[in-house]
Write a new protein. Structure first.
Ligand code: NAP
Length: 267
């Protein structure tokens, strides 16, 4: 019987995950289907329970349910435990394991696809929400020397205390970074300039947000202020999906060329 998976969120119609997982299944010859599951904002547990209860083999979880999923699952992998958010549910019999593949997706894109150096890199992480929390462990494991900066400084302070890293308010950050990662959702609102422009001068700048047909506001702003290189988060999206696919199917899909496929679909 064909194994069923889905991405659960609200809204979920825009999600690229079905397209990405269909490409992975095609490349690896896995017999699976992957759909979209839109749940009411207060209805995560019911929708997830019904899907998995009816034989679904796993879920990806997107906004606004990553925290609901964290509370709902039976156990957490290390990344989910550290980040407080679940983006992948792996079913093992009656046991639902909550995982977080965002951090590994980010570092795979930075290291393997973009070829940016993280070991010893002075790295500034903008934001202190779920995505930032999910990224810290992976960035540290890759050897980055990390500072977290956030609009609400108290959130940066508590993250810094938890992980033993430096912190700042957005308006306090000085220049001198090898890598700047934007894990805020400011690009969603069209805002690119979050810090003093000298912060991005000569650094490699990564926006976790992505746009298929134009530079994101943060990437455009960083380019305009002398960044050495910029990338949006489409590669991270694909790599976090590849890790979820591996957790479900025990097969690692080839990710090369999928960024180009998605961008050409959008034209
Ligand atoms: P979240 O938990 O809601 O956190 C939002 C963060 O953005 C907070 O740190 C918030 O600061 C900050 N922020 C929001 N508006 C801002 C503004 N106008 N100026 C400065 N800071 C602002 O969201 P999230 O789940 O972490 O997601 C963050 C981003 O990562 C989103 O763009 C999301 O699409 C992206 N993401 C991408 C991938 C991928 O695979 N590419 C995966 C996960 C997330 P305060 O604390 O001050 O409110």
């Amino acid at each position: 019987m064909t194994d069923r998976y889905a991405v659960i969120g609200n809204p979920v119609g825009h999600s690229l995950s079905p397209r990405i997982h269909a490409a992975f299944a095609g490349r690896t010859g896995q017999d699976m289907e992957y759909g979209r599951l839109e749940a009411p904002t207060n209805g995560f547990a019911r929708a997830a329970g019904e899907f998995l209860g009816a034989g679904g083999r796993g879920l990806n979880v997107t906004l606004p349910f990553k925290l609901d999923a964290w509370r709902w699952v039976d156990s957490h992998d290390e990344a989910a435990a550290a980040s407080g958010a679940v983006n992948t549910i792996v079913v093992d019999g009656k046991h639902n394991r909550g995982c977080n593949t965002d951090g590994i997706g980010l570092t795979r894109d930075l290291l393997d696809n973009l070829g940016w150096k993280l070991d010893g890199a002075r790295t500034l992480l903008l934001g202190a929400g779920g995505a930032a929390q999910g990224a810290i462990g992976s960035l540290m494991r890759a050897g980055a020397t990390l500072t977290v900066a956030n609009r609400t400084k108290s959130r940066a302070e508590s993250l810094a205390a938890r992980f033993g890293i430096a912190n700042a308010g957005l308006d306090e950050v000085d220049a001198g970074w090898d890598v700047v990662v934007n894990a805020t959702s400011a690009s969603v609102a069209g805002i690119g300039g979050l810090v003093d422009p000298r912060v991005v001068m000569d650094s490699r700048c990564y926006d976790m947000f992505y746009a298929l047909d134009s530079p994101t506001p943060f990437c455009a702003w960083a380019t305009g202020h002398g960044a050495k290189a910029v990338s949006d988060g489409l590669g991270m999206l694909i790599e976090q999906a590849a890790q979820a696919f591996f957790l479900w199917r025990d097969v690692r899909p080839e990710t090369a060329g999928i960024t180009a496929l998605l961008r050409s679909d959008a034209r």
